[in-house]
Design a protein around this ligand. Structure first.
Ligand SMILES: *Cc1c(COP(=O)(O)O)cnc(C)c1O
Length: 382
């Protein structure tokens, strides 16, 4: 089955009780038992819910995996993966990471004895020599947020496999339509389904997918034991969003390519970060591991001062100034004060995340309107 067909059909059957074509929202916390312990597969809704089960099976199919496990947010999903480790173990993560992921690793799990170190993953030899005996999990994000660097998933996972280290790829920025890390050797793939998978900026949700029965069992145990589970309404909304995932992402990618070209040719823009440019350092790897180059574009203005960036951010009319990404509507954001404010300034500057860096999540509107909006906002800067 190809992707668009899977998005609409994988794991989804008309409801056996009523024939309802759309998966019903099983709004219940508990299930009747005919005798103690005798039930139809569901006992209590933290442990399992039929709406959630359908979504978990659908997501597993989209990532070419066997097991999908859903959580109440992307960070709850990440928290569950980190709980596979023990105190004394270490996470080796890429150095250009979603701010909330950095915070969870350093400020929460750091306090329970799980250390994290952050390395560039473009130099494979340097990456390999950064691995220590206590390194038990390698955390990859690609394309990275917000610098849009590309990590070679196959190469990093091959090194990790040789050393018996677990790998997890945060695939939020690409979406399962563009990139399938399990096919490239990753053990676990993670999504903030809040973004492209849900796609309508109306629900917070997270998921992991794996082919490993062992890790699936452990993650399912954590899902139930810790309890960061999504409600059935949220699962329904995610299922509904997935039905158009391939169409939405396709259009967002087309729009982003045109916007990246426009920005690059504008005299008031100093630098544009977009993996679709043939001179982007990760372009060839992106072309080999992604279907298209994604809907995200970052750029620097002609001056690094904060005031011009702030002016631009409040000048756009169609691009809404807001956190998050991956919705049908275009958003504009300022990583240094918004998504990445929890990362110390010196750490940010090391990866090129300056005070004037602006990030676009390109939506599926008509691209000429989006370009006009940016053009007018940039013209008004001086
Ligand atoms: C948003 C995001 C997360 C966190 O997901 P939530 O659903 O907000 O908890 C993790 N990784 C990336 C790349 C994200 O963009």
């Amino acid at each position: 089955m190809k992707f668009g067909t899977k998005a609409i059909h994988a794991g989804i059957e008309p409801d056996s009780a009523t024939g309802a074509v759309m998966t019903p929202i099983y709004q219940t916390s508990t299930y009747a038992q005919s005798a103690p312990g005798v039930h139809k597969g569901y006992e209590y809704a933290r442990t399992g819910n039929p709406t959630r089960t359908v979504l978990e099976n659908n997501l597993a199919a989209l990532e070419n995996g066997k097991f999908g496990i859903c959580f109440s947010s992307g960070l709850a999903a990440m928290d569950a993966v980190i709980r596979l480790l023990q105190p004394g173990d270490e996470v080796l993560a890429c150095d250009d990471l979603y701010g909330g992921s950095y915070r969870l690793l350093t400020k929460v799990h750091g306090g329970f004895g799980i250390k994290s170190r952050f390395v560039g993953m473009n130099n494979l030899a340097a990456f390999e020599s950064a691995i220590r005996p206590e390194t038990k999990l390698i955390w990859i994000e690609t394309p990275t947020n917000p610098m849009l660097n590309i990590v070679d998933i196959l190469a990093i996972c091959t090194i990790a496999k040789k050393k018996g280290i677990l790998t997890c790829v945060d695939n939020t920025f690409a979406s399962p339509y563009l990139q399938n890390p399990l096919d490239l050797g990753a053990d676990i793939v993670l999504h903030s389904a809040t973004k492209y998978i849900g796609g309508h900026s109306d629900v917070v949700h997270g998921a992991v997918v794996t082919n490993s029965e062992l890790y699936a069992q452990k993650l399912r145990f954590i899902q139930n034991a810790v309890g960061a589970v999504p409600g059935p309404q949220d699962c329904f909304l995610i299922l509904r969003g997935i039905k158009t995932l391939h169409i939405r992402v396709e259009r967002a990618c087309q729009n982003a390519a045109k916007i990246a070209d426009f920005l690059r040719s504008h005299s008031k823009i100093k630098q544009v970060f977009y993996p679709g440019f043939i001179d982007h350092p990760g372009h060839d790897i992106a072309a080999s591991q992604m279907r298209h180059f994604g809907g995200m574009v970052s750029f620097n203005l002609f001056t690094d001062t904060l005031d011009y960036a702030e002016k631009l951010l409040s000048n756009t009319k169609l691009f809404t100034l807001a956190e998050s990404l991956g919705g049908v509507e275009s958003l504009i954001g300022h990583p240094a004060t918004m998504t990445h404010a929890s990362i110390p300034r010196e750490e940010r500057l090391k990866v090129g995340l300056t005070d004037s860096l602006i990030r676009l999540s390109v939506g599926i509107e008509d691209v000429s309107d989006l370009i006009d909006d940016l053009n007018v906002a940039i013209d008004h800067l001086s």
